[in-house]
Design a protein around this ligand. Structure first.
Ligand code: NAD
Length: 335
């Protein structure tokens, strides 16, 4: 299949592209390599993909409609995975416009391009952050998600609403994936595992928010990618079980689905740090701080829907995943 992967130079997109190429798909990677974090890491991920047979790449922004439309017309993707987005909860308090540009304007362009170019399935990244102020755990796709606590979350929820509209109006099959705190080799420098590793190795203190007591359903990147591929291969149709008199937020009379992809095994932040300390063979100096605005105290994914529809749920324990991250980090940075 010909698959357009946006955000292909990113953490999850590069890993996904590698897996799709390995099974024989043709991949067009699309990414603007912006400097939200060190672009050299994005270039290094891309440098591994470039020699692989079946891979091509276009450096452009989702907001650049002419470039995006040309990519669709030239490459004629059968399926699209939209991972390009302005990520990060905390930065969305500082620069909300970046989120509207990439995640709203950019996503609108993706939807229009899919509509006009006969794409038979659009899979896109949503986020566990859409659960916002919900406190009922685990978070299930059947729960309402109307109380976001950051603009990042609000744009991801907006993506789900926009996707539903296109599934309904233009019969475009769409699947939204709510990823839960993804970590692993080639990970993002703005995320906790990367930040902590760098600081611990440099002998600097680490900032531990919510005094380390929040829990996260940390999900290993290979498990996320497996979930993306399984859902990508399964084009949704209208759900015959959908009841407009008691509408489930997870499904529809249109070809639309959303799934959680999480480990289904939340871990307290202090335990995550302990595992990292064991892998690094060093103790962290912890600066205990209150919960940050925009952050949620706990996340925990109910993955029943994913398991039911794809036969899969993530399972890598953090002890394995963090060790693999540390091995990659030491090798990549010669640390
Ligand atoms: N990593 C996580 O824990 C996590 C959790 C939930 C959701 N997500 C979502 O998954 C997706 C991938 O996340 P990631 O961790 O790989 O992030 P990432 O930042 O490493 O990857 C995103 C890539 O998209 C590119 N990009 C951003 N805006 C763009 C634009 N407007 N036009 C073209 N390219 C653009 C960036 O250069 C980057 O390479 C994102 O949509 C993110 O919001 C990630």
């Amino acid at each position: 299949m010909r698959i357009l992967v946006t955000g292909a130079a990113g953490f999850i997109g590069s890993k996904l592209s590698e897996r799709l190429l390995a099974r024989g798909d043709e991949v067009l990677g699309y990414d603007n390599l912006n400097d939200y974090y060190d672009p050299r890491l994005k270039e290094a991920r891309l440098a591994r993909l470039m020699p692989l047979p079946g891979f091509s790449f276009l450096r452009a922004s989702l907001e650049d409609r002419a470039a995006l439309d040309a990519a669709f017309v030239d490459f004629k993707p059968q399926r699209v995975v939209n991972l390009a987005a302005q990520a990060g909860v905390r930065y969305s308090l500082e620069n909300p416009h970046a989120y509207v540009e990439s995640n709203i304007v950019g996503f609108m362009n993706i939807l229009e391009a899919c509509r006009h170019n006969g794409v038979d399935h659009l899979v896109y990244a949503s986020s566990s952050s859409v659960y916002g102020n919900n406190r009922k755990l685990p978070f299930a796709v059947e729960d309402s998600v109307d109380h976001p606590v950051s603009m990042y979350a609000a744009t991801k929820k907006a993506n789900e609403l926009m996707a539903h509209t296109y599934s309904h109006l233009f019969n475009l099959p769409t699947t939204g994936l709510r990823f839960f705190t993804v970590y692993g080799p080639w990970g993002r420098p703005d995320m906790a595992l990367f930040l902590f590793t760098r600081k611990i190795l440099a002998g600097e203190p680490i900032d531990v928010f919510n005094h380390g007591h929040h829990t996260r359903d940390f999900t290993y990147v290979d498990d996320i990618v497996e979930g993306v591929i399984r859902t990508l291969d399964q084009v949704p149709g209208p759900d015959p079980a959908y009841d407009p008199l008691a509408p489930s937020p997870a499904t529809s009379s249109a070809p639309y689905r959303v799934y959680n992809i999480g480990n289904n095994r939340p871990v307290e932040l202090l335990r995550y740090i302990e595992v990292l300390e064991e892998c690094l063979g060093r103790k962290a100096e912890k600066r205990l701080l209150p919960l940050q605005p925009g952050d949620v105290p706990d996340t925990y994914a109910d993955v029943d829907a994913l398991q039911r529809d794809t036969g899969y749920s993530p399972s890598t324990p953090i002890e394995t995943g963090v060790a693999r991250f540390v091995e990659w980090y030491r090798d990549f940075y010669r640390a």
